[in-house]
Design a protein around this ligand. Structure first.
Ligand SMILES: [Zn+2]
Ligand SMILES: [Zn+2]
Length: 260
């Protein structure tokens, strides 16, 4: 049994609806899904709706750094309301993306800080997106006392030095399909080395399908390929990797795989 700790299931990406796709995932042994609600209020509400409708889906609420420029007080009020819902197990994804720079960096940082505060207020863990901003991300996490609630570095794509600091700050490392890519040797090193009780797996669907499905639209069933790859790196069986990552997800997010 596996848990996909980070997937986007919006109709925008899956116009046919999520149920059949989640059925395929369940057939592949993936029995829990954390649906990330970012992009717009509509996407947040759609994540919340599926989490309320299905026992095997949970939601998160946040503002992606890409969208920081369009964050305003009226959206804030709506998101605060959504974030308090019991099916919302984490705040995120939030963070910094200095690769695409879709929003001005100061705005990314301000929104990031605001939502760390919200996570602390609601006592919910944080889901962190970070790209090309390793030291800035770690500095903000430390300054804002994110370790009070901890959380997850999602789609881990940094090196061992970053991983060590993130672990010290109370953040677990979640590996996506990127870890299976040939040139991802730094990430593979971390996936082999990280403590067994601090690792998770995810798809980040609809993006980043793992090898051998690279380039296809990614869906939660594919997390199995990532898990198989990480198990091999660590020299353990897929079943063991599945068990430990599911336990870690249960501990970190309060989600447990739903059996039927
Ligand atoms: Zn992300
Ligand atoms: Zn994401």
């Amino acid at each position: 049994m596996l848990i996909d700790t980070h997937c986007h299931l919006d109709p925008e990406y899956f116009p046919e609806g999520a149920d059949e796709m989640l059925g395929r995932a369940r057939s592949a042994g993936v029995t829990g899904f954390v649906c990330i609600g970012v992009g717009s209020l509509a996407q947040t509400e759609s994540a919340l709706a599926i989490a309320q409708r299905r026992a095997d889906v949970w939601a998160t609420v946040g503002v992606h750094p890409h969208d920081a420029a369009s964050f305003d007080p009226s959206l804030e009020a709506e998101l605060l309301r959504c974030a308090a819902a019991p099916r919302v197990v984490a705040i995120g994804e939030i963070g910094l993306d200095f690769h695409y720079d879709h929003s001005p960096r100061e705005q990314q940082a301000a929104v990031f800080r605001r939502f760390i505060a919200l996570g602390r207020e609601l006592k919910k863990p944080l889901v962190i997106h970070t790209r090309n901003a390793p030291s800035e991300t770690l500095a903000i996490l430390a300054e804002e006392r994110a370790s009070e609630v901890g959380g997850i570095i999602h789609c881990f794509s940094e090196n061992k030095a970053f991983a060590a600091q993130a672990l010290d700050l109370g953040f677990d490392l979640s590996f996506s399909g990127i870890v299976t890519f040939k040139r991802a040797t730094d990430i593979q090193e971390v996936a082999a080395w990280a403590p067994a009780d601090r690792i998770l797996v995810e798809t980040d669907s609809p993006y980043l399908a793992p090898v051998p499905l690279r380039g296809k639209r990614c869906e939660p069933a594919y997390v199995r390929h990532t898990a198989e790859f990480v198990a091999k790196l660590r020299g353990i069986a897929l079943e063991e990797l599945a068990q430990l990552t599911s336990q870690n997800a249960a501990r970190r997010l309060g989600v447990a795989a739903v059996l039927n």
